[in-house]
Write a protein that binds this ligand. Sequence first.
Ligand SMILES: Nc1ncnc2c1ncn2[C@@H]1O[C@H](COP(=O)(O)OP(=O)(O)O)[C@@H](O)[C@H]1O
Ligand SMILES: [Mg+2]
Length: 252
Amino acid sequence: MIVLDGATKRYNGTTVLDDVSLELGGEGVTALIGPNGAGKSTLFGIVGRLIAPDAGDIRIDGQSVSRAASRDLARTIAVLRQDNTIAARLTVADLVEFGRFPHSQGRLTTEDRDKIDEAIDYLDLGDLRGRFLDELSGGQRQRAFVAMVLAQDTKYVLLDEPLNNLDLKHMSEIMRLVRRMADELGKRIIIVLHDINFASTHSDRIIAMRDGRVVADAGRDEIMTPDVLGRVYDTEVDVRQIDGRPVALYYS
Ligand SMILES: Nc1ncnc2c1ncn2[C@@H]1O[C@H](COP(=O)(O)OP(=O)(O)O)[C@@H](O)[C@H]1O
Ligand SMILES: [Mg+2]
């Protein structure tokens, strides 16, 4: 499990992650929701040691994140960042190969090549493996990034807003893939989502953040209420039951 104990981050005197204690990374898919600026990406950054906390302790399967060797950390947890700047002159295969770096250190073994091929197949990118990233559609590119993370072959996978800029079909496609990666491959996935209906449909647990704190943490039915969503987003959200599932209406 990923255990945060009093994780705190401040920027210029402003606290953006406020003494967060939390256990993450149980089986299945955990959605992390909350308004812009809630601290979701900061939390991911701290867990993945991309950002140093000002206070608090983070452990992954008992290992202290601050003291872990980079290679060990990268073999345990993969973080797909929200702002992954793309090097356009990389091919899909090059990108996925990067995911193997913590294992291969740049020298690919047969196992590394197998993992790369498996990840490319799993994301159905076989026909695109030689394509440059700037020659892909948004949905294809996002699949390539997920393949990179999959090739890293970690127990924990953190995805920060992977549905950004995708159309409806491709959002659904990524979410179904995420669900399959959890169900078939046993990945423990934590995913930042803005569309709470995707969170509700595809996740086992929903953690809601606001102002650097966790304000709700429960299963779908407890989170998907006008009261909780109203408090999280500071706006009125209606919730209806459709086919036995709560669906939020927030476009009115
Ligand atoms: N490097 C930084 N310097 C200053 N402020 C930052 C920095 N990174 C994030 N912040 C601030 O921290 C807050 C939380 O940001 P973030 O974790 O990105 O939120 P979220 O991902 O939930 O939208 C925001 O108010 C943001 O402006
Ligand atoms: Mg963010």
